[in-house]
Design a protein around this ligand. Structure first.
Ligand code: AMP
Length: 368
Protein backbone atom coordinates (compact mmCIF):
# COMPACT_ATOMS: atom_id res chain seq x y z
CA UNK A 1 0.00 0.00 0.00
CA UNK A 2 1.14 3.56 -0.63
CA UNK A 3 -0.22 6.91 0.47
CA UNK A 4 -0.49 9.83 -1.94
CA UNK A 5 -1.81 13.01 -0.36
CA UNK A 6 -4.82 11.83 1.68
CA UNK A 7 -5.53 8.56 -0.14
CA UNK A 8 -4.31 5.01 0.14
CA UNK A 9 -3.56 3.06 -3.05
CA UNK A 10 -2.88 -0.65 -3.42
CA UNK A 11 -0.79 -2.50 -6.04
CA UNK A 12 -2.81 -3.32 -9.13
CA UNK A 13 -0.81 -3.96 -12.33
CA UNK A 14 2.78 -5.16 -12.19
CA UNK A 15 5.59 -3.68 -14.26
CA UNK A 16 6.05 -6.90 -16.24
CA UNK A 17 2.40 -6.94 -17.21
CA UNK A 18 2.59 -3.34 -18.38
CA UNK A 19 5.72 -3.97 -20.43
CA UNK A 20 4.22 -7.12 -21.98
CA UNK A 21 1.12 -5.14 -23.00
CA UNK A 22 3.32 -2.44 -24.55
CA UNK A 23 5.32 -5.05 -26.43
CA UNK A 24 2.11 -6.51 -27.83
CA UNK A 25 0.94 -3.05 -28.95
CA UNK A 26 4.31 -2.31 -30.57
CA UNK A 27 4.09 -5.55 -32.56
CA UNK A 28 0.53 -4.84 -33.69
CA UNK A 29 1.40 -1.33 -34.79
CA UNK A 30 4.59 -2.53 -36.50
CA UNK A 31 2.55 -5.04 -38.49
CA UNK A 32 0.52 -2.13 -39.86
CA UNK A 33 3.18 0.61 -40.15
CA UNK A 34 6.72 -0.76 -40.29
CA UNK A 35 7.00 0.02 -44.00
CA UNK A 36 6.34 3.71 -43.51
CA UNK A 37 7.43 6.32 -40.99
CA UNK A 38 4.49 6.97 -38.68
CA UNK A 39 4.37 9.92 -36.32
CA UNK A 40 3.61 8.86 -32.74
CA UNK A 41 1.96 11.61 -30.73
CA UNK A 42 2.07 11.09 -26.98
CA UNK A 43 -0.52 12.80 -24.80
CA UNK A 44 1.13 14.59 -21.89
CA UNK A 45 1.50 14.45 -19.03
CA UNK A 46 0.30 10.93 -18.30
CA UNK A 47 1.71 9.14 -21.35
CA UNK A 48 5.38 10.14 -21.04
CA UNK A 49 6.49 6.86 -19.47
CA UNK A 50 4.37 4.77 -21.80
CA UNK A 51 5.74 6.57 -24.87
CA UNK A 52 9.33 6.04 -23.70
CA UNK A 53 8.83 2.30 -23.18
CA UNK A 54 6.75 2.00 -26.34
CA UNK A 55 9.52 3.51 -28.47
CA UNK A 56 12.05 1.12 -26.96
CA UNK A 57 9.75 -1.71 -28.07
CA UNK A 58 9.10 -0.19 -31.52
CA UNK A 59 12.39 -0.50 -33.38
CA UNK A 60 11.30 0.72 -36.83
CA UNK A 61 11.51 4.13 -38.50
CA UNK A 62 9.20 6.60 -36.74
CA UNK A 63 8.88 10.16 -35.49
CA UNK A 64 7.64 11.22 -32.10
CA UNK A 65 5.98 14.32 -30.78
CA UNK A 66 3.62 15.35 -27.97
CA UNK A 67 0.47 17.26 -27.28
CA UNK A 68 -0.51 18.33 -23.81
CA UNK A 69 -4.06 18.26 -22.54
CA UNK A 70 -5.44 18.59 -19.06
CA UNK A 71 -8.80 17.57 -17.66
CA UNK A 72 -8.31 15.84 -14.31
CA UNK A 73 -8.15 17.67 -11.02
CA UNK A 74 -7.77 15.37 -8.06
CA UNK A 75 -9.76 12.25 -8.77
CA UNK A 76 -12.44 13.93 -10.83
CA UNK A 77 -12.34 14.73 -14.48
CA UNK A 78 -13.30 18.40 -14.70
CA UNK A 79 -15.08 17.82 -17.98
CA UNK A 80 -13.19 20.72 -19.52
CA UNK A 81 -10.22 19.63 -21.58
CA UNK A 82 -7.64 22.37 -22.06
CA UNK A 83 -5.03 22.30 -24.79
CA UNK A 84 -1.72 23.29 -23.26
CA UNK A 85 0.60 22.15 -26.07
CA UNK A 86 -0.82 22.00 -29.57
CA UNK A 87 -0.40 19.70 -32.58
CA UNK A 88 3.18 19.63 -33.93
CA UNK A 89 3.92 21.48 -37.18
CA UNK A 90 4.21 19.50 -40.36
CA UNK A 91 1.86 16.62 -39.75
CA UNK A 92 0.45 16.88 -43.27
CA UNK A 93 0.52 13.61 -45.17
CA UNK A 94 1.75 11.62 -42.19
CA UNK A 95 0.20 8.65 -40.50
CA UNK A 96 -0.44 9.85 -36.97
CA UNK A 97 -0.84 7.40 -34.12
CA UNK A 98 -1.99 8.87 -30.83
CA UNK A 99 -0.48 7.27 -27.74
CA UNK A 100 -2.72 7.79 -24.72
CA UNK A 101 -2.03 6.47 -21.23
CA UNK A 102 -5.69 5.84 -20.45
CA UNK A 103 -9.01 6.19 -22.23
CA UNK A 104 -12.05 6.40 -19.96
CA UNK A 105 -15.07 8.50 -20.90
CA UNK A 106 -13.52 9.61 -24.18
CA UNK A 107 -13.61 13.33 -23.42
CA UNK A 108 -9.90 13.81 -24.01
CA UNK A 109 -10.14 11.81 -27.23
CA UNK A 110 -12.81 14.15 -28.48
CA UNK A 111 -10.45 17.06 -27.97
CA UNK A 112 -7.63 15.17 -29.70
CA UNK A 113 -9.74 14.34 -32.71
CA UNK A 114 -10.77 17.98 -32.81
CA UNK A 115 -7.12 19.09 -32.67
CA UNK A 116 -6.23 16.97 -35.67
CA UNK A 117 -9.44 17.55 -37.61
CA UNK A 118 -8.07 20.50 -39.60
CA UNK A 119 -4.73 18.94 -40.40
CA UNK A 120 -4.28 16.97 -43.58
CA UNK A 121 -2.91 13.82 -42.00
CA UNK A 122 -2.79 10.68 -44.08
CA UNK A 123 -4.25 8.50 -41.36
CA UNK A 124 -5.26 9.05 -37.76
CA UNK A 125 -5.13 6.14 -35.34
CA UNK A 126 -5.62 5.88 -31.60
CA UNK A 127 -3.65 3.66 -29.25
CA UNK A 128 -4.07 3.53 -25.50
CA UNK A 129 -2.17 1.63 -22.85
CA UNK A 130 -5.17 1.34 -20.51
CA UNK A 131 -8.75 1.23 -21.71
CA UNK A 132 -11.83 1.49 -19.46
CA UNK A 133 -14.31 -0.02 -21.88
CA UNK A 134 -17.17 0.09 -19.33
CA UNK A 135 -17.24 3.89 -19.25
CA UNK A 136 -16.04 4.73 -22.76
CA UNK A 137 -18.75 6.49 -24.77
CA UNK A 138 -17.67 4.69 -27.94
CA UNK A 139 -17.57 7.76 -30.14
CA UNK A 140 -14.26 6.89 -31.86
CA UNK A 141 -12.67 3.58 -32.69
CA UNK A 142 -9.75 2.70 -30.45
CA UNK A 143 -7.31 0.99 -32.79
CA UNK A 144 -4.72 -0.38 -30.37
CA UNK A 145 -5.28 -1.34 -26.73
CA UNK A 146 -2.69 -2.44 -24.17
CA UNK A 147 -4.85 -3.58 -21.27
CA UNK A 148 -8.59 -3.37 -20.72
CA UNK A 149 -9.37 -2.44 -17.11
CA UNK A 150 -12.51 -1.80 -15.05
CA UNK A 151 -13.35 1.72 -14.00
CA UNK A 152 -10.87 2.01 -11.14
CA UNK A 153 -9.03 5.19 -10.32
CA UNK A 154 -5.39 4.33 -11.04
CA UNK A 155 -2.03 5.98 -10.45
CA UNK A 156 1.58 5.18 -11.31
CA UNK A 157 3.46 4.59 -14.54
CA UNK A 158 2.94 8.21 -15.59
CA UNK A 159 -0.53 8.62 -14.08
CA UNK A 160 -1.01 10.85 -11.06
CA UNK A 161 -3.28 11.73 -8.20
CA UNK A 162 -2.91 15.49 -7.85
CA UNK A 163 0.54 15.26 -9.48
CA UNK A 164 1.90 12.57 -7.16
CA UNK A 165 2.58 8.99 -8.22
CA UNK A 166 3.77 9.52 -11.79
CA UNK A 167 7.18 8.02 -11.06
CA UNK A 168 5.85 4.71 -9.70
CA UNK A 169 7.00 1.77 -11.83
CA UNK A 170 3.74 -0.15 -11.39
CA UNK A 171 0.09 0.83 -11.42
CA UNK A 172 -1.84 1.21 -8.18
CA UNK A 173 -5.57 1.53 -7.57
CA UNK A 174 -7.49 3.48 -5.00
CA UNK A 175 -8.14 1.38 -1.94
CA UNK A 176 -11.87 1.48 -1.26
CA UNK A 177 -12.06 -0.84 1.74
CA UNK A 178 -12.47 2.03 4.23
CA UNK A 179 -15.57 3.26 2.44
CA UNK A 180 -19.00 3.08 4.04
CA UNK A 181 -21.85 2.69 1.59
CA UNK A 182 -25.32 2.65 3.07
CA UNK A 183 -28.72 1.96 1.60
CA UNK A 184 -31.50 3.76 3.44
CA UNK A 185 -34.60 1.71 3.11
CA UNK A 186 -38.18 2.53 4.02
CA UNK A 187 -41.52 3.62 2.71
CA UNK A 188 -42.14 7.14 1.45
CA UNK A 189 -42.32 9.43 4.47
CA UNK A 190 -40.24 7.16 6.71
CA UNK A 191 -37.68 9.94 7.13
CA UNK A 192 -34.92 8.68 4.84
CA UNK A 193 -34.13 12.12 3.43
CA UNK A 194 -34.14 13.83 6.82
CA UNK A 195 -31.91 11.20 8.40
CA UNK A 196 -29.57 11.09 5.39
CA UNK A 197 -29.03 14.81 5.92
CA UNK A 198 -27.66 14.16 9.42
CA UNK A 199 -25.74 11.00 8.60
CA UNK A 200 -23.91 12.52 5.66
CA UNK A 201 -22.47 15.21 7.94
CA UNK A 202 -21.59 12.82 10.74
CA UNK A 203 -19.88 10.22 8.53
CA UNK A 204 -18.71 12.48 5.70
CA UNK A 205 -20.76 10.62 3.09
CA UNK A 206 -22.22 11.70 -0.23
CA UNK A 207 -26.02 11.56 -0.16
CA UNK A 208 -27.71 10.43 -3.37
CA UNK A 209 -31.49 10.63 -3.34
CA UNK A 210 -32.87 9.36 -6.64
CA UNK A 211 -36.14 11.18 -5.92
CA UNK A 212 -34.23 14.46 -5.47
CA UNK A 213 -32.26 13.91 -8.67
CA UNK A 214 -35.49 13.29 -10.58
CA UNK A 215 -37.12 16.39 -9.08
CA UNK A 216 -34.04 18.48 -9.96
CA UNK A 217 -34.29 17.25 -13.55
CA UNK A 218 -38.01 17.93 -13.72
CA UNK A 219 -37.46 21.46 -12.43
CA UNK A 220 -34.82 22.07 -15.06
CA UNK A 221 -36.89 20.53 -17.85
CA UNK A 222 -34.20 18.04 -18.89
CA UNK A 223 -34.92 15.05 -21.08
CA UNK A 224 -34.59 12.79 -18.04
CA UNK A 225 -36.97 15.01 -16.05
CA UNK A 226 -39.61 14.99 -18.77
CA UNK A 227 -39.39 11.23 -18.98
CA UNK A 228 -39.66 10.69 -15.23
CA UNK A 229 -42.42 13.21 -14.59
CA UNK A 230 -45.35 11.15 -15.82
CA UNK A 231 -44.41 8.25 -13.55
CA UNK A 232 -43.67 10.36 -10.49
CA UNK A 233 -46.89 12.35 -10.82
CA UNK A 234 -48.89 9.16 -10.57
CA UNK A 235 -46.79 7.72 -7.74
CA UNK A 236 -45.44 4.96 -10.00
CA UNK A 237 -41.82 3.92 -10.13
CA UNK A 238 -39.67 5.27 -12.95
CA UNK A 239 -38.43 2.41 -15.19
CA UNK A 240 -35.35 0.57 -13.91
CA UNK A 241 -33.12 1.24 -16.87
CA UNK A 242 -33.49 5.01 -16.58
CA UNK A 243 -33.05 5.00 -12.82
CA UNK A 244 -30.04 2.69 -12.82
CA UNK A 245 -28.19 4.74 -15.44
CA UNK A 246 -28.91 7.90 -13.51
CA UNK A 247 -27.66 6.40 -10.24
CA UNK A 248 -24.44 5.24 -11.88
CA UNK A 249 -23.85 8.70 -13.31
CA UNK A 250 -24.33 10.25 -9.85
CA UNK A 251 -21.77 7.88 -8.33
CA UNK A 252 -19.32 8.55 -11.18
CA UNK A 253 -19.54 12.26 -10.45
CA UNK A 254 -18.06 11.67 -6.99
CA UNK A 255 -15.02 9.42 -7.33
CA UNK A 256 -13.39 10.91 -4.24
CA UNK A 257 -16.36 10.37 -1.89
CA UNK A 258 -15.59 8.61 1.41
CA UNK A 259 -18.80 6.66 0.88
CA UNK A 260 -22.41 7.04 -0.21
CA UNK A 261 -25.87 7.06 1.28
CA UNK A 262 -28.28 5.66 -1.28
CA UNK A 263 -31.68 7.09 -0.43
CA UNK A 264 -34.60 5.74 -2.42
CA UNK A 265 -32.40 3.36 -4.37
CA UNK A 266 -32.60 0.42 -4.93
CA UNK A 267 -36.36 0.05 -5.10
CA UNK A 268 -36.60 -3.12 -7.20
CA UNK A 269 -34.73 -6.43 -7.40
CA UNK A 270 -33.20 -5.41 -10.74
CA UNK A 271 -31.91 -2.19 -9.18
CA UNK A 272 -30.42 -4.04 -6.19
CA UNK A 273 -28.55 -6.44 -8.47
CA UNK A 274 -27.40 -3.62 -10.74
CA UNK A 275 -26.12 -1.72 -7.69
CA UNK A 276 -24.14 -4.72 -6.43
CA UNK A 277 -22.60 -5.36 -9.85
CA UNK A 278 -21.81 -1.72 -10.41
CA UNK A 279 -20.17 -1.28 -7.00
CA UNK A 280 -18.21 -4.49 -7.42
CA UNK A 281 -16.81 -3.23 -10.72
CA UNK A 282 -15.47 -0.26 -8.75
CA UNK A 283 -14.09 -2.39 -5.93
CA UNK A 284 -16.86 -1.08 -3.65
CA UNK A 285 -19.83 -2.70 -1.91
CA UNK A 286 -22.98 -1.97 0.08
CA UNK A 287 -21.95 -2.23 3.74
CA UNK A 288 -25.42 -2.07 5.22
CA UNK A 289 -29.05 -1.57 4.35
CA UNK A 290 -30.96 0.17 7.11
CA UNK A 291 -34.74 0.21 7.07
CA UNK A 292 -36.68 2.95 8.84
CA UNK A 293 -39.90 1.32 9.98
CA UNK A 294 -43.22 3.09 10.54
CA UNK A 295 -46.91 2.29 10.10
CA UNK A 296 -48.77 3.36 6.98
CA UNK A 297 -51.28 5.61 8.72
CA UNK A 298 -48.55 7.64 10.40
CA UNK A 299 -46.72 7.92 7.09
CA UNK A 300 -49.82 9.13 5.23
CA UNK A 301 -50.28 11.83 7.85
CA UNK A 302 -46.62 12.88 7.60
CA UNK A 303 -46.68 12.97 3.80
CA UNK A 304 -49.90 15.00 3.57
CA UNK A 305 -48.38 17.45 6.06
CA UNK A 306 -45.17 17.62 4.00
CA UNK A 307 -47.21 18.09 0.81
CA UNK A 308 -48.63 21.35 2.18
CA UNK A 309 -45.19 22.98 2.18
CA UNK A 310 -43.09 20.93 -0.29
CA UNK A 311 -45.43 21.46 -3.24
CA UNK A 312 -44.78 17.84 -4.28
CA UNK A 313 -47.80 16.66 -6.24
CA UNK A 314 -47.22 13.06 -5.13
CA UNK A 315 -47.49 14.14 -1.46
CA UNK A 316 -50.82 15.92 -1.76
CA UNK A 317 -53.22 13.17 -2.66
CA UNK A 318 -53.88 10.18 -0.43
CA UNK A 319 -54.59 7.84 -3.35
CA UNK A 320 -51.19 8.65 -4.92
CA UNK A 321 -49.52 8.09 -1.56
CA UNK A 322 -51.29 4.73 -1.16
CA UNK A 323 -50.17 3.85 -4.70
CA UNK A 324 -46.57 4.55 -3.70
CA UNK A 325 -47.03 2.20 -0.73
CA UNK A 326 -48.40 -0.45 -3.08
CA UNK A 327 -45.37 -0.03 -5.33
CA UNK A 328 -43.20 -0.37 -2.24
CA UNK A 329 -44.95 -3.50 -0.95
CA UNK A 330 -44.88 -5.15 -4.32
CA UNK A 331 -41.44 -4.20 -5.68
CA UNK A 332 -39.27 -2.85 -2.86
CA UNK A 333 -40.23 -4.86 0.23
CA UNK A 334 -38.85 -8.12 -1.29
CA UNK A 335 -35.38 -6.53 -1.17
CA UNK A 336 -35.41 -7.10 2.57
CA UNK A 337 -34.83 -10.80 1.89
CA UNK A 338 -32.16 -9.97 -0.70
CA UNK A 339 -30.11 -8.02 1.84
CA UNK A 340 -30.89 -10.39 4.73
CA UNK A 341 -29.35 -13.17 2.68
CA UNK A 342 -26.17 -11.09 2.47
CA UNK A 343 -26.31 -10.43 6.22
CA UNK A 344 -26.61 -6.69 5.61
CA UNK A 345 -30.17 -5.88 6.64
CA UNK A 346 -30.83 -3.76 9.74
CA UNK A 347 -34.14 -2.51 10.99
CA UNK A 348 -34.60 0.74 12.94
CA UNK A 349 -37.74 2.12 14.54
CA UNK A 350 -38.60 5.24 12.55
CA UNK A 351 -41.10 6.65 15.05
CA UNK A 352 -39.95 9.20 17.62
CA UNK A 353 -37.89 12.38 17.89
CA UNK A 354 -35.70 13.01 14.84
CA UNK A 355 -32.46 13.10 16.89
CA UNK A 356 -33.43 9.89 18.69
CA UNK A 357 -33.83 8.15 15.34
CA UNK A 358 -30.45 9.55 14.19
CA UNK A 359 -28.90 8.00 17.31
CA UNK A 360 -30.49 4.62 16.52
CA UNK A 361 -29.05 4.76 13.00
CA UNK A 362 -25.64 5.83 14.32
CA UNK A 363 -25.57 2.79 16.58
CA UNK A 364 -26.02 0.48 13.62
CA UNK A 365 -23.40 2.28 11.52
CA UNK A 366 -20.84 2.36 14.34
CA UNK A 367 -21.25 -1.38 14.75
CA UNK A 368 -20.31 -2.11 11.11
P1 AMP B 1 -38.83 9.73 -3.34
O1 AMP B 1 -38.43 11.16 -3.22
O2 AMP B 1 -37.69 8.80 -2.98
O3 AMP B 1 -40.08 9.41 -2.59
O4 AMP B 1 -39.12 9.46 -4.88
C1 AMP B 1 -40.16 10.13 -5.55
C2 AMP B 1 -40.54 9.38 -6.82
O5 AMP B 1 -39.39 9.32 -7.70
C3 AMP B 1 -40.95 7.96 -6.63
O6 AMP B 1 -42.31 7.83 -6.28
C4 AMP B 1 -40.66 7.38 -8.01
O7 AMP B 1 -41.63 7.76 -8.95
C5 AMP B 1 -39.39 8.08 -8.39
N1 AMP B 1 -38.21 7.30 -7.91
C6 AMP B 1 -37.30 7.64 -6.96
N2 AMP B 1 -36.38 6.69 -6.79
C7 AMP B 1 -36.71 5.69 -7.63
C8 AMP B 1 -36.16 4.41 -7.92
N3 AMP B 1 -35.09 3.96 -7.27
N4 AMP B 1 -36.77 3.66 -8.87
C9 AMP B 1 -37.86 4.09 -9.53
N5 AMP B 1 -38.43 5.26 -9.29
C10 AMP B 1 -37.89 6.08 -8.36
Amino acid sequence: MIKLHDKIFKPYIKEEQILAAIDKMAKEIAADYKDETPLFVGVLNGAFMFVADFLKAYQHPCEVSFVRLSSYQGLTSTGIVETLLDVPDEVEGKSVIILEDVVDTGRTLKQLVHLFSNTNVKEFRIGTLFYKSDVYNGEYTIDYVGLEIPDHFIVGYGLDYNELGRNLREVYQLNQTDMINLVLFGKPGAGKGTQAGFLKEKYNLKHISTGDVFRYNIKNGTELGNLAKSYIDKGDLVPDEVTIDMLKAEVEKNPDAAGFIFDGFPRTAAQAEALDNFLESKDMKVNATIALEAEDDILVERLLERGKSSGRSDDQDESKIRNRFDEYNEKTAPLKAYYEKQGKFHSVNGIGEINEITKRLGKVIDSL
